[in-house]
Design a protein around this ligand. Structure first.
Ligand code: ES4
Ligand code: ZN
Length: 319
């Protein structure tokens, strides 16, 4: 029996496995620039975050209908359940779809259809987190937030993802203020490829309750102390960090040292179709590479529920 756990850092578009990508391409008459699943899989050798994002956005072309989004999401939930996931907080990237002419309602209603049957089909409770693409303008993010107003009963929080360097959290101050006024909770990717200072900005300027990645906080001792003192959860994604060359090898991942420093760490899969494993695989990999004890693994699983948007619907860090 795998450890029961919550997954808090998971891009639904990053669960698009090659087999489903080709099936949807055929169904929707979309031509992919790859002959078959094997050739596609061979393209999964990334130099950095940007080179991954290029393929991630290109492959989304196959996602067109509500059924496509429902099938994608239900497939993820089935695989996650098999690895012990009992609760999943799922990111989606509306701008990556609306820019291709797929209406926001198609995306949200398709994903939501799968989420609505998740507890009974897979034993997984869920939340949905709408991410803004930080390499697009703040105005585009604000338009997306306004367009999401008819769907807010489906959405728990806003997040911030895509290419980090050069796109600081402060760029989205007004958008996050508006999201908070709408009753949405807040997270943001920070300190993945960007500097520790972006983690500070996400906390102080955006008012986020959790930091997605946050890995590069280790470069700033005072920040680590603050994150530990304030019990700010970090949603780490060790396999992602290796595949995107944020770190060289898994054996050098600072996860164990971060836990020793008192940080509230969680372990997640990020884009599991691309990075070589779902969250159970990730737990297994860090156990092997870092020699984590069973107690440490249980702590990670426990942390995932502590950091989840579960019991209360009130923001933990009010702003
Ligand atoms: C992402 Cl690994 C990662 N980082 C930032 N944005 C993303 N979107 C999907 N995966
Ligand atoms: Zn991510």
């Amino acid at each position: 029996m795998p450890l029961p756990k919550a997954e808090l850092h998971l891009h639904i578009e990053g669960t698009l496995e090659p087999e489903l990508a080709f099936a949807l391409a055929a169904r929707n008459g979309v031509r992919l620039p790859f002959e078959d699943t094997e050739e596609l899989r061979r393209a999964y050798l990334f130099e950095d975050l940007q080179s991954f994002l290029h393929l991630y956005y290109a492959l989304m072309a196959v996602l067109r209908t509500e059924d496509d989004f429902a099938e994608l999401t239900d497939g993820y939930l089935a695989r996650a359940a098999a690895q012990g996931v009992r609760h999943a907080e799922i990111f989606f990237d509306p701008q990556a779809h609306t820019a291709r002419g797929v209406p926001l309602a198609t995306v949200v209603e398709g994903i939501a259809r799968a989420l609505d049957t998740s507890e009974e089909r897979h034993g997984i409770s869920t939340r949905l987190i709408m991410c803004f693409l930080r390499d697009q303008s703040a105005a585009s993010a604000m338009e997306t937030l306004q367009a999401a107003k008819p769907h807010l009963h489906r959405i728990t929080a806003v997040g911030l993802d895509s290419a980090e360097a050069g796109h600081p959290p402060s760029k989205f101050r007004e958008v996050y203020e508006a999201a908070g006024a709408l009753g949405l909770r807040k997270v943001a990717h920070a300190g993945e490829e960007g500097p520790a200072e972006y983690v500070r900005e996400a906390l102080d300027i955006l008012g986020v309750e959790r930091i997605d990645h946050g890995l590069r906080c280790v470069e700033d001792h005072e920040l680590v102390e603050r994150l530990a003192r304030e019990r700010v959860p970090l949603t780490l994604c060790p396999l992602s960090n290796v595949r995107l060359k944020v770190i060289d090898v898994l054996e050098e991942h600072p996860l164990a040292r971060m836990m020793d420093a008192g940080l509230l760490c969680t372990v997640n899969s990020d884009d599991p179709a691309y990075f070589g494993g779902y969250v159970g695989d990730t737990f297994h990999a860090v156990r092997e590479a870092l020699g984590l004890t069973d107690e440490r693994l249980r702590e990670l699983a426990r942390n995932s529920f502590v950091a989840a948007f579960l019991e209360d619907d009130e923001p933990r860090r009010a702003r």
